[in-house]
Ligand binder design. Structure first.
Ligand code: AMP
Length: 588
């Protein structure tokens, strides 16, 4: 394994990087850092956010900066205030062992006077948005006439935002013999033009980083009629408990409207768009970053440069006008080696856009069907149950237990479980009991449809994303343990604390036997038959007083009815436990 030390970095830099916990350089860092350290060269690097590109240009820039020369030596242009601040933060971390090295951020939406004061202290490196730095150069506050390095970060985003003229203007105020390093996620014509006009025989690097970043994102689309867009959004959110998502809308009005509706419907959501004051935007971003809000509804412009890690899903409530913007949107998830999902809600008339997007991302967009109400209820129910199982008991409750026991005295264990689960579950159940109709508007039946075909079986397994699995890794594990081929296991749906998968029903005995007493790293793994979505028409739920809840579709299967599958699972669990002898609470 390559180390930062071996790339030619000086000790103060690699020590700082080591202190940040970076163990090995990412591919782009391994390729770019030695190249930039060795010679003065222009560079065009295709790299997305999340690949480690900031350190790839930041570390060589810091090494080449002369600390005792108090004048501007390097400038980094970035599309947004957020990205500007993020780059500045990262560079300051890398430069912590270089006393005397100043890094200042200048960006719009903040006091120009304060920024001019910071600049008057002669920082060696300026990180800037194009509009603000152009303004400050024009007012004589910043002088770039002797810089040695100019970095254009997220060049495609800057050009998308209409900064071409500003960038041209800024570059014309810099020396001809400086080095220019351009980083971009995509290479549209305008970026190539900048490279042609302002760079000298740039070295080109792709290092597979572009693919690496996109490989971690799965792309899906759902066709609905236009009037069902919001209902479809709710289903996508409800089918992914634990979702942490950016939802993109095309206009400020839609952004505000969707966020308001989500809040009204009980979700933790916030809106981010250009009509908000900087203060309001900071509040919304702060809440999202701290995960106090789960859903951030945003316009493309407002969401540029969002530097929040661990976004699980990007939802395109509407497609962007520019097909290339799709890449920026979906690049917000699947960062730093994590996997993510990009989900597009579209109408049938927008289907032609799918092919355009596929061309740009070099990956297929998989058509999927929206989950129906019953599937969502099942997912939510299992999520809730695993959440209860994994909850740490709060010791503060102990003193209240005798009184609580008194209140709940008359309830059996089963009744208690049912009531406890119903507290949260009923919200979903009642909603989807009334809103269970299919929203799909797909011309042909999806290959990835969640309906279970004849002769197939669907299973629940109590491991998921939280245990470090994505669908490919889980499929690999199942293939290995069951000794089956890659086509024998399908529709692997990984949720937060659990997952579902299908096999041909001939394999059911094998699956059940293999996982009867199975543990993974000391953790008991349970596999159970999952409730089948009904075969036949798409009906709603109806309440059967005696038997509990049933689907109403023709040939509908029992869902959570008495004697039905959920109860059977509980019984089977009990029986299993008794067989094994009680070993205490399963799970973590
Ligand atoms: P970037 O592509 O520059 O936005 O970086 C994405 C994230 O990866 C940032 O949070 C960095 O702090 C982090 N990072 C960059 N390089 C490394 C590395 N070599 N090892 C671990 N994390 C890194």
């Amino acid at each position: 394994m390559l180390s930062f030390e071996s790339l030619g970095l000086n000790a103060p830099l690699w020590e700082a990087v080591r202190d940040l916990g970076y163990e090995n350089p990412t591919p782009i860092q391994a390729e770019v850092i030695p190249m930039l350290l060795e010679s003065e060269t222009d560079l065009v690097a295709l790299a997305q956010t999340g690949t480690g590109k900031t350190a790839a240009f930041g570390l060589p820039l810091l090494q080449k900066t002369e600390v005792d020369q108090r004048k501007t030596q390097g400038v980094i242009l970035s599309p947004t205030r957020e990205l500007c601040l993020q780059i500045t933060r990262e560079l300051k971390n890398y430069a912590k062992n270089l006393p005397g090295l100043g890094i200042t951020a200048v960006y719009g939406g903040a006091s120009i006077r304060d920024q001019a004061r910071d600049i008057s202290r002669n920082p060696q490196i300026i990180v800037a948005t194009p509009g603000r730095i152009k303004d400050m150069i024009g007012r004589g506050m910043i002088n770039l006439s002797s810089i040695g390095y100019c970095i254009l970060d997220e060049a495609d985003e800057m050009l998308n935002m209409g900064f071409y003229e500003d960038i041209k203007d800024i570059l014309s105020k810099t020396p001809k013999d400086k080095s220019t390093w351009l980083f971009s996620a995509t290479m549209p014509g305008e970026v190539a033009r900048i490279a042609r006009e302002f760079m000298h025989q740039p070295k080109e690097v792709t290092v597979g980083t572009k693919n690496k970043a996109t490989d971690t994102v799965r792309h899906e689309y759902y066709t609905v009629s236009g009037r069902h867009r919001y209902a479809a959004l709710r289903r996508l959110v409800d089918a992914h408990p634990g979702i942490f998502s950016v939802i993109f809308c095309r206009t400020k009005r839609d952004t505000q409207r969707v966020a308001e509706k989500l809040i009204e419907d009980g979700y933790n959501a916030g809106a981010l768009h250009g009509d908000l004051s900087q203060n309001q935007r900071d509040l919304v971003m702060g809440a999202f970053r701290k995960k106090q809000s789960q859903l951030l509804v945003a316009t493309d412009v407002a969401a540029r440069g969002i530097d929040v890690d661990n976004i699980t899903h990007v939802i395109h409530y509407q497609l962007p006008d520019e097909t290339e913007t799709y890449t920026h949107r979906s690049g917000r998830t699947g960062r730093a080696g994590k996997s993510g999902v990009s989900m597009v809600i579209l109408t049938r008339s927008e289907m032609r856009r799918v092919r355009q997007i596929e061309k740009i991302i070099g990956q297929p967009l998989v058509q999927k069907e929206l989950p129906d109400g019953m599937e969502i209820c099942e997912i939510q129910l299992y999520h809730l149950v695993s959440k209860i199982r994994d909850t740490e008991i709060n010791p503060a409750i102990e003193g209240f237990i005798p009184a609580i026991r008194d209140v709940l005295e008359d309830l059996s264990r089963d009744e208690l479980i049912q009531k406890m689960v119903s507290v949260e579950f009923s919200r979903f159940f009642e909603f989807y009991n009334k809103n269970s109709a299919s929203l799909s508007d797909s011309p042909s039946k999806s290959v990835e449809s969640s309906e279970i075909g004849k002769g197939q079986a669907r299973y629940f397994i109590n491991i998921g994303e939280r245990d470090g699995f994505d669908w490919m890794e889980l499929k690999d594990l199942l293939k290995k343990e069951l000794g089956l081929g890659k086509d024998d296991i399908f529709h692997v749906d990984v949720k937060d604390g659990f997952s579902f998968f299908n096999t041909d029903s001939v394999f059911t005995p094998l699956v059940m036997e293999t996982f009867r007493r199975f543990s993974l790293k000391g953790r008991p793994i349970h596999v159970e038959m999952s409730t089948k979505p009904r075969e036949g028409g798409k009906g709603g739920f109806r309440k059967n007083k005696k038997k509990g809840w049933k689907t109403s579709g023709k040939g509908g299967k029992k869902t959570f009815s008495k004697g039905g599958s959920f109860r059977q699972k509980q019984k089977a669990k009990k029986a299993n436990k008794a067989k094994k002898g009680s070993k205490g609470r399963p799970g973590k």
